[in-house]
Write a protein that binds this ligand. Structure first.
Ligand code: AMP
Length: 582
C-alpha cells in the first residue's frame, strides 16, 4: 500500500499559516483569520488578484459568485486600510442588491476581525436615522447599493474625499439593474488618486466602457479557462441540486439517503465546514469521518484505514487534504460546495468512475452559483443535469423499497425456518398479510425509515440560457425605466405550465395591481428582491395581467414577501398582496 504523506501545500509554513496565502503578501493578522475560517489555500481569482491589489494597482476581474472573489478584493483592501484610520470612509464597495450588500458586509467583518476595521453596510429599505448616526461616528469601509450610497452623498452624510479604494462588485448586474448613471455620479465624487477594482461575471462592451473610463492601466484577470480536450474529462454521470443556504445540510443528508452510496467522498471548501458537515451527517444516522489539513498524520491514517475497509462510508474532505491521499475509486463524489474553479471540479469528480466503473457526481448548488456551474460545464464539455431535491415522499418511497429488498433477500438467502413456528402460531388467530405488514413496519423502523424529514423548498431551475444576467420574463430589468411596453411573463421553471399549474414547494402571491396601473414584471422583481431582502433568482413564474399580478415564490418565503409588499410602494402606489389560491 502506498504510504500517505500530506501534500506539501498543507504542511504549515514557519508561522503555522497557509503558505499559499502568505506567499501572496498578506499580513499575519489576516493569515490568522483565514486559518480560523479554515481556508486552506487561495482560489485562482485570489491568487491572481491579491498581489496587484496589494500593490495598489487597478484590477478588472472576470469572476462569478462562488469563485472566492469577495476575499480577493476584501483582503488586500483591509490590509491597505489597516495603516492609518481616517475620520471619513477610506473604501467604498458598491454592489447591485441589498442581499449582496449584506453578504459582502458580513464577509468583510469576518475578514477584518483581527484588524478592527469599522465596516458599515447601507441599502435601501433601512431607516436612514441609524445610518446617519453610524456615518457620523465614523467608519472605514462602506458597503452599499448605488441608490442608497447616492442618497447619502446628496444629503452629505457620506463623504468620499478620503476614499482610497473603490470596488464595483457584480458590475454587470448593477448595469442590468439600471445603475449606470448612479455609478458615474458616485465615481465623480471620489479622488482621482484612488485605486479601483471592478469585478463582473461577464465582460460585455458596456462593462469595458465603464472600465475604460474609470480604471487606470488595470491588471486584467480572467479565470475562465480553455475547454479541456475531448476525452480527458472523466465520464461520470453528473447532477446538481439547487438549494438555498438554510437547507443545504438537510439536502445533503436527503441526497445521500436517496443515493445510498457504498463509498462517497464529500467535498467542502473549508476545514470548518468539513467538521460541521461530518457532525451533521453522523447526527442523521450516516457513518462519516472528516479529513483535512488541520489533522495529525496518525489521525489521518486511522480515518483512511476505516474508509478503505468500509467501516466508514462517507469521507468528508477539503480539496487540499484529498489531493495527497491515495483513495480508492468511490461510487459517488458529492460537492457540498461547488469548487472555486473548473480544474478543481474535474479533479474531484475524477475520484469516481475509474477503470470503467460507473461513477456519479452530485453537486449541491447555491442558486447564485448557477453561472459558475455553467462555466464548469463549458470547460469540462460535460452536461450537468440540474434537478429538484427529492421530496419527502420520494425519500419515503425509496426507504420502503429498501425494506422490501431486504425482506426479499432474506427470503432467498437466509435460514428463516426457525421463524416459521412463530408465524404459524400468530397466524392461527390473524391474517398472514397483517402479520407480514407488522413485521415490515418493524424492519422499516429499524432501518431508520421513520426518521423525521424536513420539507426542502424547491428552487426554480432556469435553463438553458447561461448568460442572461437576470433571467426574468417581460423585458430586461434595465428596460424598466425606459418605457418598454409591458409583456406577459411566461417563464416556466422545471418545464411546468406557468398558468394554472404550480411548481412543487412554490406558492403564488397575488398582487392587486397589473398593466392598467403600469406595473411590469421587473417592478415586481425589484420590489421583492430589494424590499424583502430576497435573491431574485429564487422567484419563479411572474404573470402581470390587466388588474392584478401573480408571482411564484418559495413557499417558505411567501408570508414574509406578502408582509413586505403590503408595506411597500410599487411605482409609487400602495399595493394589496395576499396568497393566491386557485
Ligand atoms: P464568493 O465567490 O466571494 O461569493 O465566495 C464563495 C465562498 O467561498 C464563500 O463562502 C467563501 O467563504 C468561500 N471561500 C472564499 N475563498 C476561499 C478559500 N480560499 N478557501 C475556502 N473557501 C473560500
Amino acid at each position: 500500500m502506498k504510504q500517505e504523506t500530506p501534500p506539501a501545500s498543507i504542511t504549515p509554513s514557519a508561522h503555522g499559516f497557509s503558505p499559499g496565502f502568505a506567499a501572496l503578501g498578506l499580513e499575519a493578522r489576516l493569515l490568522a483569520t483565514l486559518d480560523q475560517l479554515g481556508y486552506e489555500e487561495p482560489t485562482p481569482i485570489q491568487r491572481e488578484a491579491i498581489p496587484p491589489l496589494l500593490a495598489g494597482k487597478d484590477v478588472l476581474g472576470q469572476a462569478a459568485t462562488g469563485t472566492g472573489k469577495t476575499a480577493a478584493f476584501a483582503l488586500p483592501l483591509l490590509q491597505r486600510l489597516a495603516h492609518g484610520v481616517k475620520a471619513q470612509p477610506a473604501a467604498l464597495i458598491l454592489v447591485p442588491t441589498r442581499e449582496l450588500a449584506m453578504q459582502v458586509g458580513t464577509a468583510l467583518e469576518r475578514y477584518a476581525k483581527e484588524l478592527r476595521t469599522r465596516v458599515l453596510t447601507l441599502y435601501g429599505g433601512q431607516a436612514m436615522g441609524p445610518q446617519f448616526q453610524a456615518l457620523k461616528r465614523g467608519v472605514d469601509v462602506v458597503v452599499a447599493t448605488p441608490g442608497r450610497a447616492l442618497d447619502h452623498i446628496r444629503r452629505q452624510s457620506l463623504k468620499l474625499e478620503q476614499v482610497q479604494v473603490i470596488v464595483l462588485d457584480e458590475a454587470d448586474e448593477m448595469l442590468d439593474m439600471g445603475f449606470a448613471e448612479d455609478l458615474d455620479a458616485i465615481l465623480e465624487q471620489t479622488p482621482a488618486t484612488k485605486q479601483t477594482a471592478l469585478f463582473s461575471a461577464t465582460m460585455p462592451p458596456r462593462i469595458k466602457s465603464i472600465a475604460h473610463r474609470h480604471l487606470k492601466h488595470p491588471v486584467e484577470i480572467t479565470i475562465a479557462k480553455e475547454p479541456v480536450k475531448a476525452g480527458t474529462a472523466p465520464r461520470v454521470q453528473q447532477t446538481a441540486y439547487v438549494v438555498t443556504r438554510p437547507y443545504r445540510h438537510a439536502a445533503l443528508s436527503r441526497i445521500l439517503d436517496m443515493a445510498g452510496p457504498k463509498s462517497a467522498l464529500v467535498f467542502c471548501r473549508t476545514r470548518v465546514e468539513v467538521d460541521e458537515v461530518t457532525a451533521m451527517l453522523n447526527g442523521r444516522g450516516h457513518r462519516a469521518e472528516a479529513i483535512h489539513g488541520g489533522m495529525s498524520q496518525p489521525q489521518r491514517d486511522r480515518v483512511m484505514q476505516a474508509f478503505r475497509t468500509g467501516q466508514t462510508e462517507l469521507l468528508v474532505a477539503t480539496d487540499v487534504a484529498a489531493r495527497g491521499l491515495d483513495i480508492p475509486s468511490v461510487s459517488h463524489v458529492i460537492n457540498f460546495d461547488l469548487p472555486s474553479s473548473a480544474e478543481v471540479y474535474v479533479h474531484r469528480i475524477g475520484r469516481t468512475g475509474r477503470a470503467g466503473r460507473e461513477g456519479t457526481a452530485i453537486t449541491i448548488l447555491d442558486p447564485r452559483e448557477e453561472r459558475l456551474l455553467r462555466s464548469i460545464e463549458h470547460v469540462t464539455k460535460a452536461k450537468v443535469t440540474v434537478a429538484p431535491v427529492p421530496s419527502v415522499a420520494d425519500l419515503l418511497a425509496k426507504r420502503l423499497d429498501r425494506t422490501r429488498e431486504a425482506v426479499q433477500e432474506a427470503m432467498q438467502a437466509e435460514d428463516i425456518d426457525g421463524f416459521r413456528g412463530v408465524v404459524e402460531a400468530i397466524a392461527a388467530s390473524s391474517d398472514p398479510i397483517t402479520i407480514a405488514a407488522a413485521a415490515m413496519k418493524l424492519i422499516f423502523r429499524a432501518q431508520g425509515g421513520e426518521r423525521e424529514e424536513q420539507d426542502i423548498p424547491a428552487v426554480p431551475i432556469r435553463r438553458p440560457d447561461p448568460y442572461r444576467t437576470m433571467p426574468r420574463t417581460g423585458g430586461r430589468p434595465g428596460d424598466r425605466d425606459r418605457g418598454t411596453p409591458p409583456r406577459r411573463g411566461n417563464r416556466t421553471p422545471q418545464g411546468k405550465p406557468g398558468r394554472g399549474g404550480r411548481t412543487a414547494g412554490m406558492a403564488r402571491v397575488y398582487i392587486g395591481s397589473g398593466w392598467s396601473s403600469g406595473i411590469t414584471p421587473n417592478d415586481l422583481v425589484g420590489a421583492i428582491a430589494n424590499e424583502a431582502r430576497i435573491n431574485s433568482k429564487v422567484l419563479g413564474d411572474i404573470e402581470v395581467l390587466d388588474r392584478f399580478s401573480l408571482v411564484e415564490v418559495p413557499e417558505a418565503m411567501a408570508s414574509k414577501i406578502i408582509d413586505v409588499l403590503g408595506r411597500t410602494r410599487i411605482k409609487g402606489q400602495k399595493v394589496v398582496a395576499r396568497l393566491f389560491r386557485e
